[in-house]
Design a protein around this ligand. Structure first.
Ligand code: RIB
Length: 280
């Protein structure tokens, strides 16, 4: 079993399911409201654990009731939370999410305690792989990537300015097509692989500007795409660290992301390995 460290965010997701997403300035009503554990870091940690890895999460939560609610599925799933730190007088990260009947979403994040995961708070330990995203301070991600000895995957979401050292150190960079356009030519500084996802159209894996694999997800009934990218990130890292070939690993990651889009909510939708294999 591979061991994975995840450095990242923990959020409580407040999810309004609506017929259609509002335009700027528009009010839509008749929504159904749900609360789900989320946060890109926490989602990636639980996704990797459900896919068969032994995962520990390095994160900050607030000093409030949302913290316990946000951690409950990670605890039930067996993710090691001994390096999750509770920050006094801070709220737990919260995401306001609107999900349309089409499965598309809008997400607004109030990071709260996730901002407290500064470089001096890092407690890195040995693992086969490290997964980071950008919902915690970028300096922390840069330091972790430099100091970690194993395989480093950085999901550049949400898109923001990063130190080039992250691109030079990461073995695997993951972006969706919106993030890929946002980063543009700056991604050419990446020394490792870049995986780009295109939703239902699949994903491609490249290195030094050359395609090394392409894959399409299985056909599914889309309910909610929240955390599909997090599941893809976890699955591709798990598969590559296990030694799967590029095509096989990318196919596995596409199927895992698709599986996550078949259910409502971030963490309730994360598939087990058997559920992914059944889709392949
Ligand atoms: O990637 C999905 C996640 O983004 C949600 O769970 C939400 O918390 C935001 O961080």
């Amino acid at each position: 079993m591979s061991s994975i460290a995840v450095i990242g965010s923990v959020n409580l997701d407040l999810v309004a399911t609506v017929k259609k997403l509002p335009e700027a300035g528009e009010t839509v009503t008749d929504a159904e409201l749900n609360r789900f554990p989320g946060g890109k870091g926490a989602n990636q940690a639980l996704a990797a654990q459900r896919l068969g890895a032994d995962v520990h999460l390095i994160a900050c939560i607030g000093d409030d009731a949302s913290a316990d609610e946000a951690l409950v599925l990670l605890q039930e799933g067996g993710v090691d939370l001994s390096r999750v730190q509770r920050v006094p007088d801070m709220p737990t990260g919260t995401a306001l999410i609107a999900v349309a009947q089409s499965g598309e979403n809008h997400i607004v994040v109030a990071p709260g305690a996730n901002r407290s995961l500064t470089p001096d708070m890092l407690t890195l330990s040995d693992a086969d792989a490290l997964i980071c995203q950008l919902e915690v301070p970028v300096d922390t991600v840069a330091k972790a990537a430099q100091e970690f000895g194993g395989f480093v995957c950085v999901n550049l979401a949400p898109a923001m300015h990063i130190d080039v050292s992250i691109l030079q150190r990461a073995d695997l960079i993951i972006v969706n097509e919106v993030e890929s356009s946002w980063y543009g030519d700056s991604l050419s500084a990446a020394s490792g692989m870049i995986a780009t996802t295109f939703g239902a159209a699949g994903a491609e894996l490249s290195k030094n500007g050359e395609d090394i694999a392409r894959a399409k997800p299985p056909r599914i009934e889309t309910v909610d795409t929240t955390a599909a990218g997090d599941t893809f990130t976890a699955a591709l890292t798990v598969a590559l660290v296990e030694g799967q070939g590029y095509e096989e690993a990318l196919q596995f990651a596409c199927a895992a992301g698709a599986a996550a889009a078949t259910k409502l909510g971030a963490q309730p939708s994360l598939p087990t390995r058997d559920e992914v294999l059944a889709l392949l």
